[in-house]
Design a protein around this ligand. Structure first.
Ligand code: GRF
Length: 219
């Protein structure tokens, strides 16, 4: 089976991108990172991608102003030019138009730093602590027009500690992100994920062990 050509869309640091690049270095991994695209020319992740020998592109959103469709069309043209099969959003801080999202339905995934459907949106770690949540974590899901709402492919959890700050909790969740994103992309690239009634079946079953990480197994 040929490897799927993946574009990783970033806006900043790119640590999840780096985890995907690392996973894809294994020739048996079913996807190759064919492109890293950033909407910010100064994204730190761009340098990491270049150092790893990955093709990069910048589609700066600023000249587009409020023209979201124009920006998305430029992104789409870049993805087509690089013959991209699957898109991974990894800290990509732009809202995408419904038209763009629908073009990639079932072929675009995102990582969110919370156990969805809890804590959609921003500042998830702070909000989890303030809510007194005992478990927190990260989710990889298919992207649908409504933000942070698509079918869940994989999740990983951490226990929230009494002395956690936003920073310490974020760091532990980030470690989980770096484990579940390569796992989720692998499952999708292998064609093992099917969406039925808004829920992901993996290898035909609702919640296989391979798509969830037990908090007990994590620090
Ligand atoms: C991650 O926490 C991710 O879950 C969120 O944005 C952050 C991006 O971090 N969507 P990085 O750029 O992958 O290091």
């Amino acid at each position: 089976m040929s490897r799927k050509r993946v574009a990783v869309l970033i806006s900043g640091r790119g640590s999840n991108m780096a985890a995907l690049i690392e996973a894809a270095r294994d020739k048996n991994y079913p996807a190759e990172i064919a492109l890293v695209l950033s909407n910010r020319p100064d994204a730190v992740g761009l340098g990491l991608a270049r150092a790893a020998g990955i093709a990069t592109a910048v589609v700066d959103h600023t000249p587009f102003g409020k023209d979201r469709s124009g920006f998305d069309a430029a992104v789409q043209a870049t993805l087509i030019k690089h013959r991209i099969d699957l898109v991974c959003l990894a800290g990509f801080m732009r809202l995408l138009t419904d038209g763009f999202v629908n073009q990639w339905q079932g072929r675009m995934i995102n990582i969110h730093p919370a156990l969805l459907p809890a804590f959609k949106g921003l500042d998830t770690h702070k909000r989890a602590i303030e809510a007194g949540a005992k478990l927190h974590g990260a989710t990889v899901h298919f992207v649908v027009p409504e933000m942070d709402s698509g079918p869940i492919i994989a999740q990983g959890a951490v226990a929230v500690r009494a002395d956690d700050t936003e920073q310490t909790l974020a760091a532990r969740v980030l470690g989980v992100e770096h484990r579940i994103y390569p796992l989720a992309l692998k499952l999708v690239a292998e064609g093992r994920v099917r969406v039925v009634d808004g829920r992901c079946l993996i290898d035909g079953v609702p919640v296989p062990d391979s798509a969830s990480l037990d908090p007990g197994a994590l620090t």
